[in-house]
Ligand binder design. Structure first.
Ligand SMILES: O=C(O)CCC(=O)C(=O)O
Length: 249
């Protein structure tokens, strides 16, 4: 049974993460897998950075409705992107990620006029995630702990593995304690896209959208993409066919 937007917001506020089932269709997932394979040639790292500049397939996902609607409900309409990356974890290579948070700890007490969450990441999984493939591990509610997680991958009370299917998205609060288990599957890769959203009043130290495609989109793309890439020219309604418009740019 699918949740209403209000229920999604309440669940996210309580747990610090939310699974959005089938946020990408199977056809789109298989197209994106081809693109991730193509753009990752030459990379030996887990991460392939700045993917919007590497292929046209990745910009329309910025306004993918099942995720975009929740993000706007959680962070307000003036969202901007912190980074958009892909990962490709090869079979049997492990490549775990230890416990961490994506944002800094919030000060206690909070200063006046403080808004949070600062960032919310959206992981789109392109493969089914099984125990062998190394699931995302989260500590539900840890976004409210107000402190850093311990280093490493030692078991933490209350942690859960997040098993998802290809096409599912997991959105998670910047202060949620999370890690990723290693991919120990003998033959299969674990691929995902990460769209990390930031409050518009925060600026990342480096511009992760400095390539040609991002520069053009920021200068003359549709206003909703300009805003997400850091430029603001006022309030407008987002057209219903925003994603299709982007696919034709
Ligand atoms: O690959 C994963 O499932 C988790 C990645 C992660 O920890 C992150 O993007 O901050």
């Amino acid at each position: 049974m699918s949740l209403t937007l209000q229920e999604q917001v309440e669940q996210f506020k309580r747990d610090g993460f939310l699974v959005i089932k089938q946020a990408l269709s199977p056809e789109r997932v298989s197209h994106l897998i081809d693109k991730v394979i193509e753009i990752s040639q030459g990379f030996t790292t887990r991460e392939i950075p700045d993917i919007i500049d590497r292929d046209e397939a990745f910009a329309p996902i910025l306004v993918n409705p099942p995720v975009f609607n929740v993000m706007r409900a959680l962070m307000g309409p003036r969202l901007q992107m912190e980074s958009v990356n892909a990962t490709r974890v090869k079979p049997g290579q492990g490549m775990p990620v230890g416990w961490h948070m994506d944002s800094h700890v919030y000060p206690d007490p909070l200063p006046p006029y403080w808004y949070f969450p600062i960032s919310i990441n959206c992981a789109y999984y392109l493969d089914d995630i099984t125990p062998e493939k190394g699931p995302l591990v989260v500590v539900p509610g840890s976004h409210l702990f107000g402190k850093n997680p311990p280093e490493g991958l030692d078991e933490i009370e209350g942690q859960i593995d997040v098993f998802v299917e290809a096409g599912d998205a997991v959105i998670f609060h910047g202060a949620l304690w999370h890690a990723a288990k290693p991919n120990v599957h003998p033959t299969e890769e674990r691929r995902a896209l990460y769209y990390n959203h930031l409050q518009s009043f925060c600026k990342q130290r480096v511009d992760n959208f400095a390539g040609e495609r991002c520069r053009l989109l920021r200068e003359s793309g549709p206003f909703y993409i300009q805003q997400m890439l850091g430029k603001f020219d006022g309030w407008h309604e987002i057209p219903a066919d925003a994603e299709e418009q982007l696919a034709n740019i």
